[in-house]
Design a protein around this ligand. Structure first.
Ligand SMILES: Nc1nc2c(ncn2[C@@H]2O[C@H](COP(=O)(O)OP(=O)(O)O)[C@@H](O)[C@H]2O)c(=O)[nH]1
Ligand SMILES: [Mg+2]
Length: 237
């Protein structure tokens, strides 16, 4: 079987014992309906509850479910490990709360035949999220557009599709936390790669696993650094 024919679904997890079993089963059922070879990679960093033990049981029942556990936190670190061990050339990421409509997976998978990256956008789709989170996302997206001249509408970790070769190209310089999506979109756009965006439906009303104040400072701070880095590169050209 050629690797191109299949799909790797990567799901980062941190303390998701309440959801890991039922939601992985939902993902399995959905992926089965696509009729492609697939694998689900569950990547944990630092989970301290029963997530890892429960996911290990799932792996025993089905070899298409795979698990790794890294001791240090950092969702970007987990993403990079997921890509390193992935079997297929198309990689789609989803959050374990399944806050994005699963239809994104099939659509992204089809689009990855023509594109290097597929961006699922909550603000151009239909979303039910706390207003404060929506406002923070919109501010970040607008600022990223102004500073980096990237014209997309979602830089969160969920609902993104990648050709594996694209990620491999940028792997050594990707962030260990959540900023890796921005880095990838920025670099891929600059390198003339094929990126596309589609609206996604999202319902996310539970509390975040991230510390949102820390997360905001981290992402906005990194955005300025990347902007300065871009200016420096331009001067050197
Ligand atoms: N591997 C890993 N996953 C994480 C970490 N923090 C959060 N996650 C997972 O990332 C996904 C998104 O988390 P969530 O709390 O829904 O984020 P939000 O709704 O976007 O604020 C979920 O599947 C979490 O379990 C982390 O440090 N490492
Ligand atoms: Mg969520």
């Amino acid at each position: 079987m050629r690797n191109e024919a299949g799909l790797t679904l990567f799901v980062p997890v941190y303390n998701e014992e309440a959801l890991v079993v039922s939601h992985t089963r939902r993902l399995q059922a959905y992926l089965k309906s696509l009729g492609l070879p697939y694998e689900i990679i569950i990547g944990s960093n630092g989970s301290t509850d029963r997530t890892v033990r429960m996911a290990r049981d799932l792996c025993r029942q089905d070899p298409r479910i795979r698990l790794f556990h890294l001791p240090q936190k950092g969702v970007g670190r987990a993403f990079k490990e997921g890509v390193r061990i992935s079997r297929y050339d198309r990689i789609v990421t989803m959050d374990m709360d399944l806050s994005i409509h699963l239809g994104f997976i099939g659509e992204a998978c089809r689009l990855l035949d023509q594109y290097d990256m597929v961006i699922g956008s909550k603000i151009t789709g239909n979303q039910r999220r706390a207003w404060i989170r929506t406002l923070a996302s919109i501010s970040f997206i607008r600022l990223a557009g102004m500073l980096l001249r990237i014209r997309f509408n979602d830089y969160s970790i969920a609902a993104k599709g990648y050709r594996k070769a694209l990620v491999q190209r940028y792997l050594p310089c990707l962030d260990d936390q959540t900023f890796y999506v921005v880095q990838m979109v920025y670099r891929a756009s600059r390198d003339g790669k094929r990126l596309t965006e589609i609206p996604v439906a999202c319902t996310d009303l539970r509390g975040s696993r991230f510390n949102l104040i820390h997360e905001g400072l981290y992402k906005f701070g990194n955005l300025f650094w990347l902007w300065l880095f871009g200016l420096k590169m331009k001067k050197e050209e």
